[in-house]
Write a protein that binds this ligand. Structure first.
Ligand SMILES: *[C@@H]1O[C@H](CO)[C@@H](O)[C@H](O)[C@H]1NC(C)=O
Ligand SMILES: *[C@@H]1O[C@H](CO)[C@@H](O)[C@H](O)[C@H]1NC(C)=O
Ligand SMILES: *[C@@H]1O[C@H](CO)[C@@H](O)[C@H](O)[C@H]1NC(C)=O
Ligand SMILES: *[C@@H]1O[C@H](CO)[C@@H](O)[C@H](O)[C@H]1NC(C)=O
Ligand SMILES: *[C@@H]1O[C@H](CO)[C@@H](O)[C@H](O)[C@H]1NC(C)=O
Ligand SMILES: *[C@@H]1O[C@H](CO)[C@@H](O)[C@H](O)[C@H]1NC(C)=O
Length: 523
């Protein structure tokens, strides 16, 4: 009964009447079979009771629009996680119904006039998903709502012909996959609703880019709104959250195969409901059901700060999230293009170098960065080769390196990124401790930035040698003379030791890694 009260408080009067009807007629079955349609007012409830499939109507729609969707069945706040006909709502008076067709093994949503509003197309093989397979003879297929919130269409032989998790709307649930193809660069995306009560596709979407390398994005239409960290190579990460006396552990797994990458998250046993949603106002939110307050609490949000929005700080500017109040800063050795605008909080013009660098200048290590977008990936390089590659090319202004835990599509387990020209240094962040997010990753990312006056490793070596060799020669000559004069073995070992130290000092380079161990999140 308390569930019903919750529904009532969040929905319009006519929806409440509808839900009462639904509660009265609700079937407890977890599946649809041919010849048994799903009608408005009836639901399919997953075995376990966590999710329901049925028709719902957002409030204030006249004439009343009906959407086929999946929502949480056991929490007192009506929360839709999937919508089938988001672009083609049914009208209540047109008597829509959902059937599993006996001849083609499809789920078909149509109305009394016979108009098809939505269909799975499973049998046409049109599905781009890797987990669906073309059927042979699937007469007598069933649609089953799993207790994970996934609706599957299964052939009598047990083959999954179609599943709703391959076609997410704005929400991803534990166990579901975000994927992206290395070859076609296609993948699934979360697409926001158009408004609080409007499931039609909105402006914002979330997905994974694989070209030139793997990084997650939020887009506003076709423009990037936010970019996550470039993949540093982790395959499994976990993150702990504490809520109401219990610990929730969230695991993220990234699988990279020859064809595609896929990312999914799972939660520890007994964890409350968790979902990640691309909101209609442009933020990707990870939310957890809080049983004490009977509401969705936020675990993480992206973008988390104004200045972490894509390119907000302009060229060569970065969002400093180590500050209590994150704001834009210029990279070391850079200053605002227009100081007055910059000081008035208009950062879009970005920063420029205080002093132009020379081709012989070296690199400054900036630890804990979200490295810029617009990179070029150079394959099969060691860290030293990556540094040398950038150093040798005067257009190269920065580089970053990671050793991947797994090989990517072509068997290359290295990730050497270089930036050609200052204008490409956009969308950077100095990472603070990100307290919350959908997923965790231990990854250090150091950006090596070419700066005027920085000694380069190579040059130091050469110059030091130039100075050192004559000194060594003199030392050796003096030592020999000393040895001849003293004609004793005493002191010889000490001098040899000194020479070794000097030699070692002469060959040491300045390009050491300054990356600190630090935790931040990636999803
Ligand atoms: C589905 O097809 C099978 C085999 O052709 C038939 O036996 C069964 O009665 C049909 N079911 C319905 C609901 O039409
Ligand atoms: C099913 O296929 C038809 C024709 O190819 C297409 O117009 C329609 O959008 C597809 N529906 C879905 C849900 O993919
Ligand atoms: C998204 O893009 C639209 C149109 O380009 C723009 O009006 C709107 O302000 C953008 N919204 C956000 C949150 O960036
Ligand atoms: C690297 O891969 C191994 C197994 O392939 C896994 O056990 C380990 O957790 C991974 N490390 C990271 C940081 O993803
Ligand atoms: C958390 O623990 C406190 C003290 O043991 C208890 O009073 C409270 O009811 C617990 N809360 C939940 C949600 O279990
Ligand atoms: C520097 O690198 C860029 C990008 O890889 C390349 O187009 C350019 O020709 C290189 N310049 C030199 C002098 O090698």
């Amino acid at each position: 009964m308390s569930d019903l009260m919750g529904f009532m408080s969040s929905m319009s009067v006519c929806t409440v009447a509808f839900l009462l009807l639904q509660a009265l007629c609700a079937s407890s079955d977890d599946r649809l079979v041919p010849g048994k349609p799903l009608l408005p007012g009836t639901t399919v409830i997953s075995d376990g009771g966590d999710f329901a499939l049925g028709f719902f109507s957002p409030s204030n729609s006249t004439p009343e629009k009906l959407y086929l969707g999946i929502w949480y069945n056991n929490i007192p706040q009506f929360t839709v996680v999937w919508v089938a006909n988001r672009e083609t709502p049914a009208i209540f008076s047109s008597a829509p119904s959902l059937v599993v067709t006996n001849d083609t093994s499809d789920l078909v949503l149509s109305d009394a006039t016979g108009r098809v509003l939505w269909t799975t197309n499973a049998t046409t093989g049109a599905s781009s998903s890797p987990s669906s397979s073309p059927r042979s003879d699937n007469t007598g297929s069933v649609a089953v709502l799993l207790n994970t919130g996934n609706l599957i269409l299964r052939s009598p032989g047990g083959m999954v012909l179609w599943q709703s998790s391959d076609h997410p709307t704005d929400t991803i649930l534990p166990g579901m996959k975000m994927w992206s193809s290395h070859k076609t660069h296609q993948g699934n995306r979360l697409v926001s609703w158009n408004g609080h009560n409007d499931p039609s596709p909105g402006a914002f979407s979330y997905g994974y880019e694989t070209d030139p390398f793997i990084q997650p994005f939020i887009w506003n239409g076709s423009l990037p709104e936010w970019r996550d960290l470039v993949w540093t190579g982790f395959t499994v990460t976990s993150q702990q959250y504490f809520q109401a006396n219990s610990t929730i552990v969230l695991y993220v797994a990234l699988v990279s195969t020859v064809d595609e990458i896929s990312v999914s998250f799972t939660v520890s046993d007994g964890a409350p409901p968790i979902r990640t949603v691309m909101s209609y106002f442009g933020r990707l939110e990870a939310r957890v059901w809080n049983r004490d307050s009977s509401d969705w609490a936020i675990l993480g949000v992206s973008p988390d700060y104004e200045c972490s929005r894509y390119g907000y700080c302009g060229r060569s500017g970065y969002c400093d999230c180590t500050d209590a109040a994150p704001t834009c800063k210029c990279l070391d050795g850079f200053e605002p293009v227009d100081k007055e605008k910059w000081n008035n909080g208009r950062f879009s013009q970005g920063c420029q170098r205080k002093e132009a660098f020379r081709c012989s200048d070296g690199f400054l290590a900036l630890p804990d960065m979200k490295v810029p977008d617009n990179f070029v990936r150079i394959g099969r390089k060691t860290f030293q080769e990556c540094a040398a590659e950038c150093s040798a090319n005067c257009s190269c202004v920065a580089y970053a390196y990671a050793t991947l835990n797994v090989s990517t599509e072509n068997g290359d387990g290295t990730r050497c990124l270089v930036w050609i020209g200052d204008h490409r240094l956009v969308d950077m962040q100095k990472l603070g401790v990100r307290l919350y997010n959908t997923a965790g990753a231990d990854s250090q990312e150091t950006l090596y930035l070419r700066v005027a006056g920085m000694p380069s490793g190579k040059r130091t070596k050469k110059n030091t040698l130039k100075v050192l060799l004559p000194i060594l020669a003199i030392v050796i000559v003096l030592t020999s003379i000393l040895l001849v004069w003293v004609r004793k073995f005493r002191g010889r070992k000490t001098n040899m030791a000194n020479q070794m130290t000097l030699m070692h000092g002469g060959y040491s380079t300045t390009t050491d890694e300054l990356g600190r161990e630090k935790k931040y999140q990636w999803f």
